[in-house]
Ligand binder design. Sequence first.
Ligand SMILES: [Zn+2]
Length: 456
Amino acid sequence: MQLNDVLARIDTDINAATDRLLELLRIPSISTDPAFAAHCQTAADWLVADLQSLGVRAEKRETPGHPMVVGHVEGDGPHLLFYGHYDVQPVDPLELWDRDPFDPQIEETPNGRVIRGRGSSDDKGQLMTFVEACRAWKAVHGTLPCRITFFFEGEEESGSPSLVPFMEENAEELRADIALICDTGLFESRVPAIMTQLRGLLGEDFTITGPDRDLHSGMYGGLAMNPIRVLTKALAGLHDETGRITLDGFYDDVPELSDEMRAQWQALGFDHAAFLGDVGLVTPAGEQDRTPLEQIWSRPTCDVNGIWGGYTGDGFKTVLPSKASAKLSFRLVGQQDPEKIRASFRSYLEAQLPEGFTVEYRTEKGSPASQMDVSDPSFEAARVALGEEWGVPAAFAGCGGSIPIAGYFKDILDMNAMLIGFAKDDDNIHSPNEKYDVESFHKGIRSWVRVLGALT
Ligand SMILES: [Zn+2]
């Protein structure tokens, strides 16, 4: 069977594949620091040449920042787009590295062989899993499995300023049937996962004003209403005793988890006691009728991120302050509309203000959640393919944080995105001594071959 031929080819070629990755890792393509701009160009050139060696029509495309690399190869079947980023995080503090971050090496460790160097996991190593899968496929079949667009960015670690304009200007060229993204990790470093839901984010930052000046609590205390008391009462009322958020309509657009997804998540055996224990916590705080994984992956949240007012310096001052402030954030899911949630919060807050009190908001833009359409049969096909490689069923996982790129593919190009990654929790991404397990790299390449086989 030809899939096995490709897999065997990967096994034979793994040392050469690792050497190619080491070569890319030696280019210090730190995107945020202008001193490294020429190296970002070099990394883009390296990738263009590497793709061309696979018969891909690849070119470097300039942007106001660092270049994009775009490559196309024709073929039958579905049109896939693969996204990764070639830029890396800065390396400071350098003294905490055990070796030169841009002189990568294979190291033997008690947990196996690792590729040590900046970008080994995030994202050059992950990006190359897909490229190497294509190389092996081509070596066995003479062609790539289907029509593929390669799309590599060089500004992911510095806020992607050119990404949205580039996608908008080149929408026709980039649109494909589905986007594959390799920049995420395994669940608990062992279970392959496809991220299918990413929470959105909304921030509120505001100040309540009561009396028009700070007052002496001996003279006014008792009669004058204290804005901190008003603020803390309002904040305390945002959750009920069961952990539910009390805002009007807050859960209107929150979908129920399907039974199938709930069963998948249950099967992951998430150890929430250990997860909390690692950060010194004992008691879960979310909605009591939801499992811990639901709480972090598929339920919305409201958190007070900061609160201030009155006198907080050394010593003591019997002030009854004029103002009290707070910053809140909401993680959003499903179809929750950030502006609707904002309006609901504001009407709640304003209803708590005594007559004569005012509130001033410093508004920040919110972003909705993104939810991939897993009814698209390629998701199930990829899930099964990943399970075959890793020997444990893959999961459609949620992600508590936000990964903007997935939303861009949806909003700008109207494409579903499949986020599959092989990073481990201890890869030290963005930190000193970043590494990627040789096994992650090897199995990552094999995984993409199986996924490509399943999708084409
Ligand atoms: Zn990354």
